[in-house]
Write a protein that binds this ligand. Structure first.
Ligand SMILES: Nc1ncnc2c1ncn2[C@@H]1O[C@H](COP(=O)(O)OP(=O)(O)OP(=O)(O)O)[C@@H](O)[C@H]1O
Ligand SMILES: [Mg+2]
Length: 267
């Protein structure tokens, strides 16, 4: 673990150098460039995330937050630069890519559960197919995870029979079932009715406290203040601020960030 907790339960990055090596970097992006046609969507992005760190990504619509997340598990190829997960270069394609992608869990705004599979099947399918787990092992672990996100009693239902908040918690359990090293969340609560937001954020906060390396695109400032070690602010495809949450929220350096914060905190 590379974080420590202060009295309020938030954790702060602590530089920790294991014997014989440099401190463990879980996500590393170097000089990453990405275009969609003429549109330059990621402009020379450099980002290092140590193991166990929780990073919240903020920025106006179209600034490249989703694209950044999607390049990290190769849902989007990059034009140039380098992305490493736990020191390993992301391969272009093939079997190694499938394995590396399994190291990176991703939870989206829309839950994307398999509609014709039960809740438990949703959580056991990939561990059996991709990780080669036996059905018994996958179900044992699947039930532990459903327990953990508070949905174990719904195991035999289908996604449409669950509320949005419950479905999103299943989606988180399904990602965790692959034993990922990194979890990416792209606006995981923005499609939810307000009364269901907290049940999902609570699961994310507990994951953060357990030391999961997380990259979270969210407008939930409460989550950012409570669980983030670091806030990254993007504008026009570039990272323009990178700071501790308190510093970012109380003393943003750029006009873009001040303007953005004024808009989201102003109502
Ligand atoms: N598949 C695509 N093809 C072409 N352009 C795209 C594609 N995906 C995203 N873009 C463009 O890339 C830019 C960055 O988009 P991205 O979705 O990463 O922004 P974002 O910061 O996640 O925005 P939002 O807050 O609205 O989700 C936008 O201008 C968008 O229109
Ligand atoms: Mg987006």
């Amino acid at each position: 673990m590379t974080t420590s907790r202060d009295s309020e339960g938030a954790h702060r990055p602590v530089s920790k150098v294991p014997a014989g090596g440099s401190s463990q970097t879980m996500i590393s992006m170097t000089n990453v460039q990405k275009h969609f046609g003429d549109l330059h969507v990621l402009k020379d992005v450099d980002l290092e995330v140590p193991a166990g760190q929780v990073v919240v990504i903020l920025g106006p619509s179209g600034s490249g937050k989703s694209t950044l997340c999607r390049t990290i598990n190769r849902l989007e190829p990059i034009d140039s630069g380098e992305i490493r997960i736990d020191g390993k270069l992301l391969p272009a394609e093939g079997k190694t890519l499938a394995a590396l992608r399994a190291d990176v869990g991703m939870v989206f705004q829309s839950f994307n559960l398999f509609a014709h599979k039960t809740i438990l099947q949703n959580v056991t399918l990939a561990p059996m197919k991709v990780r080669g787990k036996s059905k018994a092992d996958a179900e044992k672990r699947g039930m532990e995870l459903l327990e953990r996100v508070g949905i174990a009693s719904q195991r035999d239902k289908y996604p449409a029979q669950l509320s949005g908040g419950q479905q999103q918690r299943v989606a988180i359990a399904r990602s965790l079932a692959m034993e990922p090293k990194v979890m990416l969340f792209d606006e995981p609560t923005s499609a939810l009715d307000p009364e269901m937001v907290n049940e999902v954020l609570d699961v994310m906060v507990s994951l953060a406290k357990e030391g999961m390396t997380m990259l979270v695109v969210t407008h939930e400032m409460g989550f950012a203040r409570k669980a983030a070690d670091r806030v990254i602010f993007m504008a026009d495809g570039a990272i323009v601020e990178d700071d501790e949450p308190e510093t970012f929220f109380t003393n943003p350096k750029s006009d873009r960030a001040r303007d953005f914060l004024g808009k989201i905190l102003g109502h």
